[in-house]
Design a protein around this ligand. Structure first.
Ligand SMILES: [Zn+2]
Length: 640
């Protein structure tokens, strides 16, 4: 395949027409968002490019200079282009008296409250490097002030990962800095990124597009912000947890009303109201787009009904006293009337999504049918901040269905279909062979039927992965779908799919990174759950073993049993009939999980002692799989 054949193509006439139609359908002359995104700008860096200690760029807006053009190119949906331009605003912004935000230094915002003695940092971005750069910019312009507290609004990485860039853990231990988080924060942080960590990281490449080239034929945005930074991810556990539905605390002299909003955008999340500043912080529940009740990177489905309910409560309780509302992404909304309108529309958006999906479900519609039918009500369709730049009504409706009824549509023809390779083979055979499919697909491509062309060609690729024509035409169809998508996450998914069909899966080198702070935060239960999901059931066939684990520094024991290809454990138990007893300290366990040590090394160096049959412990570790990050998605796995 030549380099030219691999290159992204231009928009077709069909895609151009679709994108042109968007210009007439939406109120592009309403530029209030641009005024709001600029409002309060105090300073920024001459060039936003942030490097780590080794000089590697972890965040840069340089590659997005092409977004200077007001007019969208034919290869980008104009509505998404507008959002991508709005997300280019960067620097230090004053939101209101004593409230500042760093925007455009990562996908998320860092909010800074000025207290009596120092500052409170809310959500220190993803990476220590970007958080530090943001804090430095603030300090340069507002003068030196100590960080008195950090608040995490919720359990997603882009809201805590940079914490070691803004505070020192020694100060937390010494009681000089407080770290505040919503109930269940630590459990949610750790469980989400450990057990299903590898596929989520791989699938995130399709959602955010970090590995796509940036440009009019590549990644332009992620909807919620530009993209995710790629620096050092850290975590310092909270010293204070907000556990009541409403709690009021005085932090560095500032009164803060915390409103828990569990099971919304994150399982552990909270809003905040600052009464003396008449300002409302909605964490990530009211942003300038329709968010995800299911992110396409994969996650447990979120509750759209709870989401609407907590926004309604925030509006009822704090709305009439709020002169400004803002979130930890995007830009604020000022003025009581506008805050009221904004929150009401956001609330109704999630409520409508939930209720209309459930209504149609009760009429017997299937998820795919509901997704196709559901459009914004006319009263909302020209409101910019409810549009699907991040989530879409389509995939969100499927997730509401999934929350109540699961993946199965109840048609028994779909209960046990053939897996992708076998199914692809039969489809291609029934359709008269790959050449016949390609001929039909070319005609449909010319008519702009990209959705079905992409599906049909995927069957061919799964049946015949080396069929270059099928890969090329499949890629071309995905690409046009990407060019017309209003959702940044759909665009990224389509364009990365096209790229991998053209160039194959990049070499599998890395495992999914697990941050040392996350490993340290894992409970022992989670550690044994993590071991268990790595057990290769086939290799374990017929084996039985029992191992006691003693954590000398924690004074805890676990008994681990392998039987019937399943690894189970009991906490605070030991077996008299164990094959072996392993004794170690918690810190050694962390190093084993992080692969800084092998069990054999650790035993040799006396960091782990094994009583009984050490060979059994070695046998157990020999049954564990390793996961590699770059598994194939748009083509079959290569087994063997
Ligand atoms: Zn976020």
């Amino acid at each position: 395949m030549t380099a030219a054949a691999d290159d992204p193509k231009d928009a077709t006439a069909v895609t151009r027409a679709l994108n042109r139609a968007v210009l007439d359908a939406l109120p592009f002359d309403d530029t209030q968002d641009f005024d709001d995104a600029r409002r309060g700008l105090l300073a920024t860096l001459p060039e936003v490019e942030i490097k780590n200690a080794q000089g590697r760029v972890v965040w840069s807006l340089r590659d997005y200079a092409f977004l200077d053009h007001v007019e969208a190119p034919p290869t980008v949906n104009p509505s998404l282009w507008r959002q991508a331009r709005l997300n280019m605003h960067h620097g230090l912004f004053q939101v209101t008296d004593r409230i500042y935000q760093i925007r455009g230094f990562d996908i998320s915002n860092m909010t800074i409250l000025e207290g009596e003695r120092g500052i409170v940092v809310i959500d220190p971005l993803i990476s220590t490097e970007t958080a530090r750069a943001g804090l430095d910019l603030y300090l340069q312009h507002r003068g030196p002030r100590p960080v008195i507290a950090v608040i995490y609004t919720h359990s997603h990485t882009d809201h805590y990962g940079g914490v070691r860039g803004v505070i020192d853990e020694a100060d937390v231990h010494a009681g000089r800095v407080e770290v505040i988080a919503p109930d269940h924060f630590m459990e949610e942080v750790v469980t989400e990124s450990v057990l299903a960590g590898t596929p989520m990281v791989r699938r995130s490449q399709f959602q955010f597009g970090p590995t796509l080239p940036k440009g009019p034929r590549g990644q332009v945005d992620a909807g919620l912000g530009k993209v995710v930074s790629r620096g050092t991810v850290t975590l310092i556990p909270p010293t204070r947890v907000i556990a009541q539905p409403l709690e009021t605390h005085r932090i560095d002299g500032l009164e803060i009303v915390f409103q828990l909003a569990p099971q919304t955008e994150a399982p552990a999340e909270m809003h905040m109201f600052y009464p003396s500043l008449k300002a409302l912080n909605l964490a990530e529940n009211a942003t300038h787009n329709l968010h995800n009740t299911y992110p396409i990177r994969g996650a447990q489905v979120r509750d759209a009904n709870a989401w609407a309910k907590y926004l309604n409560e925030a509006l009822d309780r704090f709305g009439r006293d709020s002169d400004v509302a803002f979130a930890q992404h995007h830009w604020p909304v000022w003025g009581r009337q506008r805050v009221h309108d904004f929150l009401g529309r956001q609330r109704d958006l999630y409520k409508y999504l939930h209720d209309q999906t459930v209504r149609l479900m009760n009429h017997g519609y299937k998820a795919a049918e509901i997704a196709e039918r559901l459009t914004l009500p006319r009263s909302q369709s020209t409101t910019w901040h409810v549009r699907g730049y991040y989530g879409t009504l389509s995939h969100n409706a499927k997730s509401v269905y999934q929350r109540y009824l699961g993946w199965y549509d109840a048609n028994p023809a779909n209960l046990n279909p053939l897996p992708p390779v076998e199914r692809g083979g039969k489809y291609v055979e029934y359709m008269g062979g790959a050449t016949a499919v390609l001929a039909r697909a070319r005609e449909d491509f010319a008519r702009g039927e990209y959705r079905f062309v992409a599906e049909a060609l995927s069957h061919v690729v799964f049946a015949e992965p080396s069929n270059a024509e099928a890969r090329a035409l499949g890629a071309a169809a995905l690409e046009q779908l990407g060019y017309a998508a209003e959702s940044a996450t759909w665009r990224n998914a389509y364009l990365l799919g096209a790229l991998e069909l053209r160039q194959g899966v990049p070499p599998a080198v890395a495992r999914a990174p697990v941050s040392p702070d996350i490993v340290r935060a894992m409970s022992l239960d989670l550690f044994f759950d993590y071991l268990a999901v790595r057990l290769n059931g086939d290799k374990a066939e017929g084996r039985r073993l029992v191992v006691n684990w003693r954590f000398s520094d924690l004074d805890r024991t676990y008994v681990l049993t392998l039987d019937n290809s399943a690894l189970t454990y009991l906490a605070d138990r030991r077996s008299e009939h164990a094959d072996a007893t392993v004794a170690l300290e918690r810190a050694v366990l962390d190093r084993l999980v992080l692969r800084e040590l092998t069990l054999a090394d650790a035993a040799q160096r006396g960091l782990v002692t094994i009583e009984g049959d050490a060979a059994k412990v070695v046998e157990l570790f020999g049954l564990l799989d390793d996961f590699t990050l770059m598994f194939p998605i748009v083509e079959p796995r290569r087994e063997g």
